[in-house]
Design a protein around this ligand. Structure first.
Ligand code: GLC
Ligand code: CA
Length: 554
């Protein structure tokens, strides 16, 4: 056991992020300490032993700031505080100290593209006339047509048909429209205004000084827009030119955004070790290195595994391409299979290939088309595969339990604007945000002693932490052991592919003799010689079943 002093010195390593295993906590759904059905910071602190047992290097907390929760907290009304529903700044300090004390670092989520309509500065903007300094912190414009009753452009938002909302929707009386890349309750900041840039530096410094180790930057490709007039209309562009490779799109991924991150980097580098950052940038793969450079954020999510079926050829291509990209700017890879915006990967991998996931979810996901066991098994195999790769891995709470998507949340309880505001085009993301099951026999499976904010299905019982803890073949134990081995075997950031003679089987090794073999489909595969460290399903005579991964030491 490491003592706290050793942890503190380990926390000084400036390259800790390069190959970290980072566990994403969605605070409202992790653990509730006061029976109101909403997970909170004290709940996280109460589960430190569990987090420690996972052998992770860091946690990333989705937003816990004051918010009306139109978009699960990604609509922030005060960037330098804790939502009273989730606790206080003292609770935050206590949680941070408890995490650091067991050697776990912490990332917080920064949401710079937009705030909540309830943010004081947006309220001030609504209350003042066009061209006022207050209004100029956001993007207000006159409408088109007689009386200005048409939005200024045909730009679309992610969560609503138009990217413009008339200010009267929130009580403004000056007949202007404001821009929002997401829901109307998430007005976009005007990043051409230095006051906005200064305020974000203040926010970053606030959390950095409190001791957080890193930042996850939400919608990092947003921020800068092409607001030159006459506006470019969307209907004159090809859809894919929304975020073109030349960095001259209308609403996102514009080259000027890197000026912002260069400024942030200067601030981060004033700390020892420097603060780290990972960009959430939904951009063309070739643009990822721009966000992940040493002069900008340092790391950028590469979501390709989230969109890749469980398939040998695709997995090999993914790895090769992502490693090439990471090398371009001295960053490290960011593998991930799940997060709070995606259908849980156990469910994706358990669905028949012919199923249209969007329609399946809208029809409440009947279990007939889902092979839950196969999904959980493949999910574990995929996880062991990515955990052995060079680079960092981002895990999402509940995946260690093998949890599946909850597909049958009653319509009246759905919270996600992706469903509610988007003409119900898809079911949204609540199904991966259902509170964790801790205890199979407790009310609300030990998440809370009051009704949880999203309903937990009865089948969560079988996935509860207490059903798996200490059981060697459980998903949870496999994660715990894998992450422990990974920590001990961490080595230089490189890997070599080995010929397997079977197109369904991939084999690679790390420079220190750590080998990983995955069998996607078909016949059992006789694994190479070496000490078996861990396997996602039991081996029989050194034969690896389909949908399984093994780690070997040679
Ligand atoms: C990011 C978040 C997502 C949120 C959106 C708007 O994509 O991950 O949850 O809805 O930004 O803030
Ligand atoms: Ca609570």
């Amino acid at each position: 056991m490491q003592n706290p002093v050793q942890h503190v010195s380990a926390l000084k390593d400036k390259n800790w992020w390069r190959q970290a295993a980072v566990y994403q906590i969605y605070p409202r759904s992790f653990a509730d300490s006061n029976a109101d059905g909403i997970g909170d910071l004290k709940g996280i602190t109460s589960r430190i032993d569990y987090l420690k047992s996972l052998n992770i290097d860091a946690v990333w907390l989705s937003p816990f700031y004051p918010s009306p929760l139109v978009d699960g907290g990604y609509d922030v009304s005060d960037y330098r505080n804790v939502d009273p529903k989730l606790g206080t700044l003292e609770d935050f300090d206590e949680m941070l100290a408890a995490l650091h004390n067991v050697g776990i670092r912490i990332f917080v989520d920064i949401v710079p593209n937009h705030c909540s309509h309830l943010h004081q500065w947006f309220q001030d903007a609504l209350a003042t006339p066009p061209n006022s300094p207050e209004r100029n912190r956001f993007i207000f414009r006159d409408g088109r047509g007689e009386d200005g009753n048409q939005p200024p452009t045909d730009w679309v938002s992610h969560f609503a048909p138009s990217a413009w909302t008339h200010e009267s929707a929130f009580g403004g009386v000056h007949n202007q429209w404001f821009l929002h890349y997401f829901a109307p309750e998430q007005p976009d900041w005007n990043w051409d205004n230095p006051e906005v840039a200064d305020d974000f530096l203040k926010t970053l410094k606030f959390w950095a000084d409190r001791g957080v180790d890193g930042f996850r930057i939400d919608v990092a490709h947003g921020l800068k827009k092409d607001l030159s007039e006459p506006f470019r209309m969307r209907n004159t562009l090809e859809h894919e030119i929304d975020r073109p490779a030349d960095g001259n799109g209308i609403l996102a991924d514009r080259n000027e955004v890197f000026d912002v991150y260069k400024q942030w980097r200067k601030l981060f580098n004033q700390y020892d070790p420097p603060k780290v950052a990972v960009a959430e940038a939904n951009v063309l793969p070739e643009r990822i290195p721009l966000y992940a450079s040493k002069e900008t954020l340092g790391q950028c999510f590469d979501f390709r595994f989230i969109f890749t079926p469980f398939n040998a050829r695709a997995y090999k291509e993914n790895v090769t391409e992502a490693i090439e990209l990471a090398k371009l700017n001295g960053s490290s890879c960011t593998w991930c299979l799940s997060n709070h915006d995606q259908i849980r990967h156990a469910t994706k991998f358990g669905l028949d290939k012919s199923v249209d996931r969007r329609l399946w979810m809208l029809s409440d996901g009947t279990s007939a088309q889902l092979d839950k066991e196969a999904g959980t098994q493949r999910a574990l195999a995929a996880t062991l595969f990515i955990l052995a790769l060079p680079g960092s891995t981002y895990l999402y709470q509940g995946e260690e339990l093998g949890l599946h998507e909850v597909t049958d949340i009653p319509e009246s309880m759905i919270q996600d604007p992706q469903y509610l505001k988007n003409l119900k085009f898809d079911k949204g993301r609540d199904g991966c945000r259902v509170p964790l099951p801790w205890n199979s026999s407790a009310d609300y499976f030990g998440f809370s002693s009051g009704a949880s904010h999203l309903p937990q299905p009865a089948w969560f019982k079988n996935y509860a932490v207490d059903m798996q803890f200490g059981k060697p073949e459980s998903s949870l134990s496999t994660y715990q052991v894998a992450l422990r081995i990974r920590k001990n075997l961490m080595c230089e950031e490189s890997m070599t592919w080995h010929e397997t003679g079977n197109p369904e089987v991939l084999h690679f090794s790390r420079p220190n003799g750590w080998n990983c073999v995955i069998n996607f489909e078909g016949d059992d595969y006789l694994i190479p010689e070496g000490e078996i460290l861990l396997s996602s399903t039991p081996l029989v005579n050194r034969r690896l079943r389909a949908g399984s991964t093994v780690w070997i030491r040679q």
